[in-house]
Design a protein around this ligand. Structure first.
Ligand code: DSN
Length: 428
């Protein structure tokens, strides 16, 4: 008998409905995944009760002996997974991780440069509607219209002109490999720090199927719940070059602090109070899972499935930004199919297929409408689907796109989706 069912039927019903949606719908949002039951159990554990402001061994509260052990495990495993020298596992999300990096490296008004949101970047890479574009002076670079790849000439020209303190590499809707080494060349030329936001690719990097941001990036952040398949959260990592270039000193000793200390104090007390110890422990569980050989097999399948999505969509006349993918996602330009991203998202949702509308580079439509959709393979791969299912799914998506005004057709696709999903159940 569920205790929630007994105590709060309304919330119980909502959880059940969401479970049914996750089981019955085809999840293709590139940033979502299904955690293991071990991660879920840890995230729902008694560790949620503990206040632990500070860091292991240096807390502002008593009774932290066990949460210290959990946080130390999470730190050690994150360092092993990404071959990093330092990890802060307390940020509540990828966005918080980015805020921690900016607080440590920047002063208000400093210039930052990231990929334009409409070209695949993220809100926190300097968008004017986010703190990152309001507190800091943000300048964005773009991708090339003909290739869909980062326009390094545009980046270098703007970097020379604006002299950013930080250049952010990494994206939310960029299907190709992030070329950390090339970004570092630009950063070095203008004296900027290179910040790798590997939110989307962190699972690929952990499995050594995407180049590592180290040693090229001075600092790295990632969320933990996308291709990495952990609980919702964030982390910040440093490689070996983490001496403090600002000369900030520790108040009592006058000793120059390490960069790791500046990041620790940027996260807490700079932007957060008590860490979420249940989530930090769940991150530790996910990192252990990602260190196991089976995680490499999983990511290999994620990449194979994404390749198959790209080939199948192209064979049906769909235009892909950059012409394909090196990663876990494809970005589809729907302009030649005469349907907006918004209309496609709605029609696919009615058919039981969950995707998100997405701006494409140089999009003539607004962010609320868009000309594209983004499709990712991590979640469907977790539930066991492979390339045979990808072929079926692309066919179903195509039927919906071509018949988005035909309710009968959409219902018949939904029936197929339900049948497919019932063979690949999660969380029984
Ligand atoms: N919102 C996330 C995504 O969908 O990519 C980025 O944080």
């Amino acid at each position: 008998m569920s205790i929630v069912k007994e105590k709060d039927k309304k919330i119980y019903d909502i959880i059940q409905s969401e479970l049914n949606r996750q089981n019955g719908y085809l999840e293709l949002i590139a940033s979502e995944n299904f955690t293991s039951k071990a991660v879920l159990e840890t995230a729902g554990s008694v560790l949620t009760n503990k206040y632990a402001e500070g860091y292991p061994g240096k807390r502002y509260y008593g009774g932290c002996i066990h949460v210290d052990e959990a946080e130390n495990l999470a730190i050690d495993r994150a360092k092993r997974l990404f071959k990093a020298e330092y990890a802060n596992v307390q940020p509540h999300s990828g966005s918080s991780g980015n805020m921690g990096v900016y607080l440590a490296y920047l002063q208000p008004g400093d210039c930052i440069m990231g990929l334009d949101l409409s070209h695949g970047g993220h809100l926190t890479h300097g968008s004017k509607v986010s703190f990152s574009g309001q507190i800091y002076n943000s300048v964005t670079f773009q991708v090339k219209q003909d290739t869909g790849l980062v326009d390094f000439d545009d980046l270098l020209e703007k970097a020379r002109e604006y002299k950013p303190k930080i250049i952010i590499c990494g994206a939310s809707a960029y299907p190709r490999t992030v070329e950390f080494e090339k970004f570092r060349e630009v950063a070095d030329e203008v004296g900027a720090f290179l910040h790798g936001d590997i939110c989307h690719n962190s699972g690929l990097i952990a499995a050594e199927m995407h180049p590592s941001p180290f040693p090229h990036c001075h600092v790295v952040s990632t969320s933990t719940h996308k291709s990495l398949r952990g609980p919702r959260g964030g982390i910040i990592l440093l490689g070996s070059d983490y001496e403090n270039p600002f000369g900030k000193v520790a108040p009592k000793s006058g000793r120059v602090k390490m960069m790791s200390e500046l990041i620790d104090s940027a996260v807490m007390p700079g932007m957060q109070g008590g860490p979420l110890m249940h989530i930090i422990a769940a991150k530790a569980v996910a990192f252990k899972e990602a260190l196991e050989p089976s995680f490499k097999t999983y990511i290999r399948r994620v990449l194979d499935n994404a390749q198959c999505f790209a080939e199948e969509f192209k064979s049906k006349g769909y235009e892909l930004i950059s012409g394909g993918t090196d990663t876990h996602l494809v970005l589809i330009d729907l302009q030649n199919k005469n349907i907006s991203g918004k209309a496609a998202e709605i029609a696919l949702d009615e058919a039981g297929i969950t995707v998100n509308k997405n701006m494409i580079p140089f999009d003539p439509k607004s962010p609320f409408v868009t000309s594209g959709i983004r499709i990712g393979s991590p979640a469907m791969t977790t539930r066991g689907m492979g390339v045979d299912e990808v072929k079926i799914i692309v066919d179903l998506i195509d039927q919906v796109i071509l018949n988005h005004d035909n309710k009968d057709k959409i219902q018949s696709v939904k029936k197929h989706v339900n049948e497919l999903c019932s063979s690949f159940r999660i969380y029984d």
